[in-house]
Design a protein around this ligand. Structure first.
Ligand code: ACM
Ligand code: ZN
Length: 724
């Protein structure tokens, strides 16, 4: 009996061990089931990719990574990698079977086979992604059975604020496919740019595809001195749709209406409500951004647009926006007011429902259904077949689910990857400051079964205002912000739940970082852990990644090889680097200390009544002027006592974005409050004084360019870094 018990416990332990061995593979997203088997298959240079006739494009896709001979599949052969369609599986499900004889990937459709291929790629050495896999290579025998929990696994790119070239969009799509994402939502219009060619209205892109300099569309983010932009021609769209389709990615176009339409209104001012706005604060520039709901001509224009979009994009959905619509312009419009009266509306907000209903009819006429942001569904009166995108919060998602709408769950605090990842990194913070750990921790536990029955899936977004506003403008920031958060999105969308951070991170560190490196993704790493104990400063990284450090007052970055004995730990900052990836800086708390000396703001421009200069003087909230800056305007910061520091930064504009700024000008410093000397030209609305030779008594910034499509200037408190 005793012996039997021991045997039983041993058997249990073995089963547990076996399950762990299967689970500890590093596949992202984790498959539903992985059964490890004895033996392995060796891929030789003579191994072939064989395929059903219909799967030829997929065989070629795999051939890009594994350059093997490709043959149509007639009868089962051994020693091959066979791609097989099996209608008994659901469309996106697959079975990947690896034995000593060969590899078979069966999928319910081309999509399922693709996902089997993606899983196979993850089982190979990561060099496969860079096309550099050396053959022969061995892959362990196993059987993977897998299918996604959600039919909708999406990502949204905002092409309006920051334009992306077609080849860059393709690269982004390729990388999404490696993560089994199957929808790409393209935010094609917003206040700052119109990005899809409409043949019946070429001015939408010819004019609205560009902003700044001589464009009627003012530059509102970064790139101030450039005629900035670009757009997708209809040929580009067809090319992208085909490229994405092979990778099982459906492209869903969004035209953001009736708000977020400033760009459209600059190109076609006739779409606006019928009243004369007060443009004195904005130097004559009409900043309105909401379409008039009462104008029949607007619906004719929108029908032209929808007709062309419906033909271009095979997706069953056209997303018509509906977020953040201010009703104040409708309230002032005689036509909108007359419409309300005719329709018996009590509240101006009902005009949005009217607009949505009109758009639904147009979209339906061309055989499509509407996608809308969650605000548009709040009244519960929109078409029940609409697809609702719940972005504001998980609670907002549940509210629209309770109204019966199929919903894509994407609360910003988990899935807006334009949010910064820690306090001192770049990006927005209005939804939350979070990194991959938060996204992987997403849970549907507060959703009822009934709500879950209407969850279409999960999506993440990258709104790109902060991207275009960066001084160093390149694609690195996009990838730094989105990976590895997209890896977590992939897990949540495929599995229907997050994962324990330690387990997920082990997969990242174990293999996925290497895969991303081979894919060419410069992802964001976790910062090193920094300790200061008994006069010794030390730093530790995950996975023993190399750590580099900088020291205040000394040039460049050095490799960290051993703890540093110092009585000034605050002078050092550390970061991890691996291939093109890196972490944010980490340091002891004192490194980040800032000074907040008393100061006074005066200006040639009156202050806003609500956002007074006193708010900024308290290092509290940001202040505003009462109008836009004109040539010769100035803002003066005078310190009660001269400030000794190593660096002082003064910026106009919002905290995370150079918006509402002096878009050109210069900065002057004074050490006595009387004599001023020029230190720099303004860049992104501000300037920096490094290592001032004396204590600073005052700083003045002077505007040299009138008007910028804004109606005020945001005034921030200075950022002052102490001498360390
Ligand atoms: C949104 O973030 N306004 C959809
Ligand atoms: Zn109107």
């Amino acid at each position: 009996m005793q012996r039997f018990k021991i045997f039983f416990v041993l058997a249990l332990l073995m089963v547990a061990h076996y399950a762990m061995a299967a689970n500890d593979s590093s596949i992202i997203p984790r498959p539903q089931s992985v059964e490890k088997r004895k033996g392995e298959f060796t891929i030789l240079t003579t191994t072939k990719i064989t395929h059903y006739t219909s799967l030829r494009p997929l065989a070629q896709y795999l051939g890009q990574y594994l350059p093997l001979e490709i043959r149509e599949y007639n009868a089962p052969t051994t020693g091959d990698i066979a791609l097989v369609e099996n209608k008994n599986l659901s469309p996106e499900a697959y079975v990947l079977d690896i034995s000593g004889e060969g590899i078979t990937i069966e999928g319910g459709s081309q999509a399922g086979v693709l996902y089997g291929v993606e899983t196979l790629l993850q089982l190979l050495p990561s060099s496969v992604y860079g096309g550099g896999l050396a053959l022969p290579t061995m892959v362990g025998a196993c059987r993977v059975e897998d299918a996604p929990r959600f039919e909708y696994r999406g990502f949204m790119l905002d092409l309006s604020r920051t334009w992306m070239e077609v080849d860059e969009i393709k690269l982004f799509i390729e990388r999404l496919a490696h993560h089994k994402i199957n929808k790409l939502h393209l935010h094609l219009s917003d206040d700052e740019g119109w990005r899809v060619e409409i043949l019946s209205h070429p001015e939408l892109t010819k004019i609205g595809g560009y902003r700044g300099v001589d464009s009627p569309v003012a530059a509102r983010y970064g790139r101030w001195d450039e005629h900035y932009g670009g757009y997708l021609t209809q040929d580009d769209v067809r090319e992208l749709v085909e490229f994405a389709s092979l990778r099982n990615i459906e492209i869903i176009p969004e035209i953001d209406l009736p708000g977020h339409s400033h760009n459209l209104a600059r190109v076609k001012p006739e779409v606006l409500c019928r009243y004369t706005p007060d443009v004195s604060a904005s130097d004559g520039y009409d900043m309105r951004s909401v379409l008039c709901v009462a104008k029949e001509e607007n619906y004719a224009l929108l029908e032209d647009i929808v007709r062309e979009l419906a033909e271009l994009f095979p997706s069953p959905y056209i997303h018509i926006g509906g977020d953040e619509v201010s009703t104040s312009q409708w309230s002032r419009c005689p036509d909108c007011k007359a419409l309300m009266e005719r329709e018996g509306m009590k509240d101006v907000g009902e005009l949005q429902d009217y607009f949505t209903a009109r758009m639904e009819r147009i979209v339906a006429k061309y055989g499509k259904r509407t996608g809308v942001w969650n605000e548009a569904a709040r009244s519960g009166s929109i078409d029940p077949t609409s697809l609702v995108y719940g972005w504001e919060s998980a609670k907002a998602c549940r509210e629209v689910l309770d109204k019966g709408y199929t919903t894509v769950v994407m609360p910003g605090e988990y899935f807006y990857f334009d949010m910064r990842q820690s306090k001192r990194e770049e990006g927005h913070d209005w939804a939350a400051i979070f990194d991959v750990r938060k996204t992987i921790g997403f849970s549907f536990e507060d959703f009822t079964l009934e709500q879950m029955s209407r969850v279409a899936g999960v999506q993440a977004s990258f709104f790109s205002e902060a991207y275009i506003s960066r001084r160093e403008y390149d694609y690195d920031f996009l990838y730094y912000q989105t990976y590895p958060r997209i890896c977590a999105l992939s897990e949540v969308a495929w599995r229907g739940e997050g994962a324990q951070w330690e387990e997920f991170n082990a997969r990242l560190l174990g293999a996925h970082y290497s895969r991303m490196e081979a894919m060419g993704i410069d992802y964001r790493m976790m910062p090193p852990e920094v300790d200061y104990i008994d006069g010794v400063l030390s730093a530790k990284s995950e996975g023993n990644a190399l750590i580099y450090y900088t020291e205040v007052g000394s040039e460049g970055e050095k490799l960290y090889t051993a703890p540093i004995a110092t009585d000034s730990p605050q002078r050092f900052a550390f970061r991890v680097r691996r291939a093109g990836a890196h972490s944010p800086e980490a340091a002891v708390a004192a490194h980040w200390r800032m000074l907040q000396p008393k100061f006074k703001i005066t200006s040639s421009i009156a202050e806003s009544e609500r956002y007074t200069y006193a708010g900024a003087e308290r290092y509290g909230r940001i202040a505003r002027t009462a109008r836009v800056g004109k040539e010769g305007d100035w803002i003066l910061y005078t310190f009660e006592e001269a400030v000794k520091c190593r660096r002082m930064e003064i910026y106009t504009g919002n905290l995370q974005l150079p918006r509402y700024i002096f878009n050109a000008g210069y900065m002057e410093v004074s050490y006595d409050g009387v004599k001023f000397e020029r230190v720099c030209e303004l860049e992104n609305g501000g300037g920096v004084i490094d290592n001032p030779r004396r204590a600073i008594k005052a700083v003045r910034i002077v505007c040299s360019e009138s008007g910028n499509g804004a109606n005020f200037v945001t005034v921030q408190a200075p950022k002052i870094y102490p001498v360390l």
